[in-house]
Design a protein around this ligand. Structure first.
Ligand code: GDP
Length: 467
């Protein structure tokens, strides 16, 4: 069963490789040929800003051509929204490849696993006639996220009052914290002796209750629930590190699905207004157990403007009418929390900084359609700090430093027409093309994919065929 599929994948990749090569001279691109990701052995889709860039849509398109789709970081805080065949799916924890019936999906060791949420998402799929339990594998090294992790998340956010991090209160940070404290519990331990697991679990609850002021907690109820889940996940739990590397050795292709984004990375983001995991390219190695040098295609998703959730400096933020317009037109409300996203013009230094870390082969500029009514569009091209223009890739490490950055803008003419039916770069209005080309010039990265609407098919491809 596997052989014909591998052969057709190989043929497809060969075909798309030659197609791309043959188009390159005709396009005459200044920054090298565009990269679809289709021909890659291990590709990844990563957020290039502060999240919610529309990664899910590109992952969904690519997933149909890959053998495996794997989540490597975060937990049920991802919030990818997919529009497929007139139906809307919001995935918080499951990989986006769950919509493709022939794709194997992996929840990697770097993910924190909230079992009730995972089963709720599986149920939503089942209710839509897409039962997919047999397409999902879970790492035995992934950490279990318990309800008390959410309780702690809430306590910590409430303590910060109006300066809260703006977490989803899904317990992600506290779960990574118990992992780092070395008191966390892995999925593999749930699958072994349940009495031994229970003892460890009760000890962990006591530890966190002591740390966070002795909140009330129903341990018996949670243990009962976990016992039931344990039976259901038995066929799914495995050594995904071996599974994924063996699949790679056997010629299978892997798509690593990023959650969150570079500026929310634990190390590289605008700390402390960040998430608690590695959201950048290095997180794929640590979160899946894949050698870094095998990752051959890194696609960065960048919204045509900028948004962010929660507190923290945001140099190109628009607080007036334009910001409100971007929010309502772009439906900039969190898929996980429903919270308003702050909106602003495209911030090029943010993209240059994330590109430096992730090494994008190509960009997907998403939501270009949201800018379609503007007469003029601004791009935040450079930061000035203490009278000095920062070089591409430079980014202040502190919140104060970023707060003090002034932005130098460039103004481009708008296109003021509906672009949602465009599918090729040539079909885009000249001013929309010019906007994309200016992004390429400023970032020195080719733009391969351009989102012109929320639906799967509302995508402009450049230099290759999406069919
Ligand atoms: P993700 O977490 O990065 O996948 O992003 P979200 O799913 O939170 O937010 C992206 C939202 O924008 C979703 O509702 C998508 O359906 C939608 N979207 C993605 N690409 C486009 C696009 O090109 N145009 C428009 N209008 N919406 C898009």
């Amino acid at each position: 069963e596997v052989a014909p599929r591998m052969l057709s994948c190989a043929l497809f990749r060969t075909k798309s490789y030659f197609f791309r090569k043959s188009l390159t001279p005709m396009i005459g691109r200044s920054f090298g040929s565009t990269v679809s990701g289709f021909e890659s052995r291990i590709a990844t889709v990563l957020g290039g800003q502060w999240g919610d860039e529309g990664k899910g849509k590109l992952v969904d398109i690519l997933a149909q051509r890959f053998d495996i789709v794997a989540r490597f970081n975060g937990g049920a805080n991802a919030g990818h929204t997919l529009h497929v065949d007139g139906k809307k799916f919001a995935f918080h924890l499951l990989p986006c490849g769950m919509l493709c019936k022939d794709t194997l999906n992996i929840i990697g060791n770097g993910v924190v696993l909230d079992l009730p949420t995972m089963f709720k998402e599986l149920k939503d799929l089942e209710d839509n006639g897409l039962a997919r339990d047999d397409n999902l594998k879970i790492s035995d090294r992934a950490h279990l996220l318990f309800k008390f992790h959410k309780v702690i998340d809430g306590i910590q956010e409430d303590e910060l009052e109006e300066k809260s991090i703006g977490t989803t209160k899904r317990g992600i940070g506290p779960c990574y914290a118990t992992k780092a404290f070395r008191t966390g519990i892995r999925v593999g331990e749930l699958m072994e002796d349940f009495d031994a697991f229970s003892i460890k679990y009760l000890k962990l609850v006591k530890t966190v209750q002591n740390m966070f002021g002795g909140f009330d907690y129903d341990t018996a109820g949670e243990l009962e629930e976990l016992k039931a889940f344990r039976e259901r996940i038995k066929p799914m739990v495995t050594d995904t590190i071996f599974l994924i590397n063996e699949a790679y050795r056997n010629g299978k292709s892997i798509l690593a699905e990023g959650a969150n984004a570079a500026l929310l990375d634990m190390d590289f983001g605008t700390y402390p207004f960040v998430t608690s995991s590695a959201t950048t390219v290095g997180g794929i190695s640590t979160g899946l157990g894949i050698p870094a040098h095998n990752i051959d295609c890194v696609l960065g998703v960048v919204k045509a403007y900028t948004t962010r959730v929660g507190w923290g400096p945001f140099p190109t933020e628009l607080t007036g009418e334009i910001g409100d317009f971007l929010r309502s037109e772009g439906h900039e409300f969190g898929a996980t929390t429903g919270r308003n996203r702050r909106c602003g013009w495209l911030d090029i230094p943010v993209v240059q900084y994330s590109a430096q870390i992730n090494g994008y082969h190509s960009l997907n500029i998403s939501k270009l359609d949201i800018l379609s009514t503007f007469k003029e569009i601004k791009i935040g091209a450079r930061y000035i700090l203490n009278g000095q223009t920062l070089k591409p890739g430079e980014m202040p490490s502190t919140l104060d430093g970023l707060e003090q950055c002034e932005v130098e803008y460039e103004t481009l003419p708008g296109w003021q027409s509906d672009i949602s039916a465009c599918r090729t770069f040539d079909e885009l209005p000249a001013n929309a093309q010019a906007y994309i080309i200016r992004i390429e010039e400023l970032t020195q990265i080719p733009v391969s994919w351009i989102g012109v609407g929320p639906k799967r098919e509302e995508m402009v491809t450049r230099g290759f065929d999406n069919n």
